[in-house]
Design a protein around this ligand. Sequence first.
Ligand code: SAM
Ligand code: SF4
Length: 334
Amino acid sequence: MNAPLIDPFQRAISYLRVSVTDRCDFRCVYCMAENMQFLPKKELLTLEELDRMCSTFIDLGVKKLRITGGEPLVRREIMTFFNAMGRHLDSGALDELTLTTNGSQLARFADQLYAAGVRRVNVSLDTLNEDKFARVTRWGRLPQVLKGIDAAQAAGLRVKINVVALKGFNEDEMFEIVDWCASRDMDLTFIEVMPMGDMGETDRIGQYWPLSDLRAHLAQRYTLTELTKRTGGPARYVRLEETGQDIGFITPLTHNFCESCNRVRLTCTGELYMCLGQEDMADLRAPLRASEDDRVLQEAIRAAISLKPKGHDFDYSRQDVQGQMSRHMSHTGG
Ligand code: SAM
Ligand code: SF4
């Protein structure tokens, strides 16, 4: 039996997020510049290499795998990878295989995802207004995403909607979004915008809307009960007593959630980021390619986990953005 992955702060690492591509069919204003330079294809791990990498993490005790990107469903042949990971669900080694998607390709893939063993998907959607959707995603079209969500629910997938709270953009839609999710029995999480990547002209401080303000806004209409449930991740939950919904808040900037962090992030080039908010990473592609023997990769993974930092340094409290990361969210995966 392989010893589980424990970091220097006694946190067990049981959750791996994998960005399978840095490419995307949208250009959300808070995530990417319009003229993004993407990685040359030869830099990417092949699907076979991604399989070997993830399988090694699972051998070391990872129980939950979230596939993300860029947009994971635009990677060619990505279902081959999902089907391959399904074998770890069948064997009981993996508890959950899931993904975060912009929803654009869900109509095409929902049934196949279910067949591969996926039971839940997170769909990112910041507005229910078609014009605003086109503006915030630049290249996205709302009806296509709504069809994707319909298909996901019809396939039996539980859907969670992720909404980035953007000042002056979707503040006025919060009640509508909450009601829409309740009427469709979908979970809902709000995310504070984080300082990831250089967005060119976009004023990030202008985008930032603290979720404490959003909560106060929701409290005008609903009775909010604080829930103690934690998922090892950054979300905190409240229940809306009137609708019975549990709503998540991901607040990297107004709260620190690092003490219970159980996750690490792998990029599509095989870099392992031990913390979303730090620049430190370990290259796992070299040890993966250096030997057919998985023990070499296992040693590299253990060495990386032994460097997992205590937490991040994001801070918007001063006039300039502190702890800004130079890489984009699409690189590490959200
Ligand atoms: N393309 C997929 C999607 O949009 O769901 C998966 C990748 S995307 C990078 C993952 C999540 O990160 C999305 O929910 C997106 O809204 C969020 N995200 C991107 N940039 C962000 C930022 N600067 N701050 C906070 N969340 C961000
Ligand atoms: Fe693409 Fe997701 Fe980034 Fe939007 S948030 S540009 S959909 S990767």
